[in-house]
Design a protein around this ligand. Structure first.
Ligand code: KG4
Ligand code: ZN
Length: 363
């Protein structure tokens, strides 16, 4: 059966299962989020202080069908009113990715819908266009648990990497700092909360790569410095120890990250303006972009470079399925659908995406 697509305003169901949130959402072509459900597995992973891939995959399997049903019910659409099914097909914890991909393929097959294999990072990268009139190109700082990259976003499927971390991701540094300071899991929000009551000047921490040529980042030295500072202040392995000193160290860590991100983004904005002949804008995406203090720092850096910061609402920065549905909308409009034998990918750099010009036309 050939389905007439609702012009360029498709309704897309999105599914996300690549890490520790099971998520389903329905988004319209004009950027309305009809349903956006995120089921966090935090409690299941908390005893281990991090995500356990086998537990994550099993939990996705337990919940995804019900969550999809619930998202469809909330959206007030039935499956026949959808124009496509989008799913995170990588990168991520492969057991979980399989669960989402199999679910999406089954729905696509049963309802004869176009299948859209979305790169999780492209979901983050395009979120700022959901419900806004943001045009290409823009500069993107992608900061999440597994990634820290600066990219020029030239279009759907068209990413130019300008720089990235040479060791740890920023979110990882937040998570490790939280673990070290006994602040709990997940680390990013815990560090942000603790830092709010701390004095960032109380500890002197390094700013790796600051002032260096290029647009790369490094966070492992900062992480080691936090460990030494915590040991020196007697904060290690004492969960009930000095809360004020702990808050100071969290604040010092967050300030160091802020300095590094702000400096690198300032440089990247200069590069962007020279290359594209226009000043940004700077878009920030990924879980770490939920951090209010870091958003302030990036806003100031963008202002100083004659640009502006665009940051999606915090709930759309951390993992969710609305961003996957929206990337699906954008890809569907360009005819970038995928075959049902598309294989899930544990690794999938954004630069490997197929640019629309080179892709097959609508099928
Ligand atoms: O994008 P995301 O939800 O999942 C990945 O694709 O990785 O990002 C998760 C990361 C975690 O490392 C988490 O600690 C961090 O984002 N994060 C934050 C905040 N909220 C989440 N980091 C700093 N401040 C926050 N408020
Ligand atoms: Zn993510």
């Amino acid at each position: 059966m050939v389905r007439p697509m609702s012009a360029d305003q498709p309704n897309v169901l999105g599914i996300e299962t690549s890490c520790d949130e099971t998520a389903a959402a329905v988004v319209t072509g004009d950027g309305r989020i009809l349903a956006n459900l995120v089921l966090s597995q935090l409690d299941e992973h908390r005893p281990y202080g991090g995500v356990v891939p086998e537990i994550a995959a099993r939990s996705h399997l337990d919940h995804i069908d019900r969550l999809v049903e619930q998202a469809m019910a909330e959206s007030d659409l039935d499956f026949a009113a959808l124009d496509g099914v989008a799913v995170t097909a990588g990168p991520g914890l492969i057991g979980g990715v399989f669960v989402g991909v199999m679910t999406a393929k089954a729905i696509a097959l049963a309802w004869d819908l176009p299948f859209l294999a979305v790169n999780h990072l492209e979901g983050h990268a395009l979120t700022a266009r959901l419900g806004s009139d943001l045009d290409f190109p823009y500069l993107l700082l992608l900061v999440s648990g597994g990634h820290c990259q600066l990219l020029a976003v030239e279009g759907v499927g068209r990413y130019r990497r300008l720089g990235g971390t040479i060791d740890d991701a920023v979110g990882e540094a937040f998570d490790k700092t939280a673990k070290l300071l006994g602040l709990g899991y997940p680390g990013g929000p815990a560090v942000e909360r603790a830092a709010a009551g701390g004095d960032p000047e109380a500890f002197a921490l390094p700013r790796p790569m600051l002032g260096r040529p290029g647009l790369d980042f490094s966070f492992s030295g900062l992480k080691t410095a936090v460990r030494h500072a915590a040991a020196g202040a007697g904060l290690l392995d004492k969960p009930d120890g000095d809360a004020a000193r702990r808050a100071d160290l969290a604040a010092a860590f967050q300030a160091a990250v802020g300095d590094i991100l702000a400096e690198r983004c300032g440089k990247a904005l200069d590069h962007f303006a020279r290359h594209y002949g226009r000043p940004g804008p700077l878009v920030v995406a990924g879980g770490v972009a939920a951090n209010a203090r870091l958003r302030q720092r990036l806003d100031a850096a963008a202002g100083a470079a004659g640009s502006r910061l665009i940051a999606p609402p915090p709930a759309l920065c951390t993992d969710n399925a609305a961003m996957i549905a929206w990337a699906g909308v954008e890809r569907l409009r360009l005819g970038l659908t995928d075959p049902l034998d598309f294989a899930a990918r544990p690794r999938w750099p954004l630069e490997d995406l197929q640019a629309p010009a080179a892709a097959a036309g609508p099928r």
